[in-house]
Design a protein around this ligand. Structure first.
Ligand code: FES
Length: 151
């Protein structure tokens, strides 16, 4: 067990944990940030996506010791109840979610994409969102929502 400092959603946290613990479990179990979901646990589905220094990364396969000097943003850091992020507004406008389980990871990847490239082509959207799986098949609505934000 080590003392670990993290910068998440604009706040600083210090926790005691095994440095090899995946970030996903620190977020969910130690910090109560349960918006980031567990899907496969092996870096394949994208349900656990968070932004690390602005890049969408799978937190289930990321030892917490590798992000102590980084800026982390989870779904709880995207918009507020009173002021939604434009991506969240587009998600509502396009009625994107079905079961909803993968959607926090989808939104994180969409925000990361648009922060890096505010005017992505459909092809660039498909490529950027390729690592986020949706068992309900909401891909068309996800793409429409991202196109809505950029327009
Ligand atoms: Fe992390 Fe599936 S739970 S990629």
């Amino acid at each position: 067990m080590n003392m670990i400092s993290l910068h998440i959603n604009g706040k600083y946290y210090t926790i005691e944990d095994d440095p090899a613990t995946p970030l996903l479990w620190v977020l969910r179990d130690s910090l109560g940030l349960k918006g980031t979901k567990y899907g496969c646990g092996i870096g394949q589905c994208g349900a656990c996506s968070v932004m690390v220094d602005g890049v969408s990364i799978r937190s289930c396969a990321l030892p917490v010791e590798t992000v102590t000097d980084k800026t982390i943003v989870t779904i709880e850091g995207i918009g507020t109840e009173d002021r939604l992020h434009p991506v969240q507004e587009a998600w509502i406008a396009e009625d994107v979610p079905q079961c909803g389980y993968c959607q926090s990871g989808q939104i994180i990847s969409a925000v990361s994409l648009l922060d890096q490239n505010p005017d992505p082509s459909l092809q660039q959207i498909k490529k950027a969102m390729d690592g986020n799986l949706c068992r309900c098949g909401t891909y068309n609505r996800i793409e429409k929502a991202i196109l809505r934000v950029k327009s």
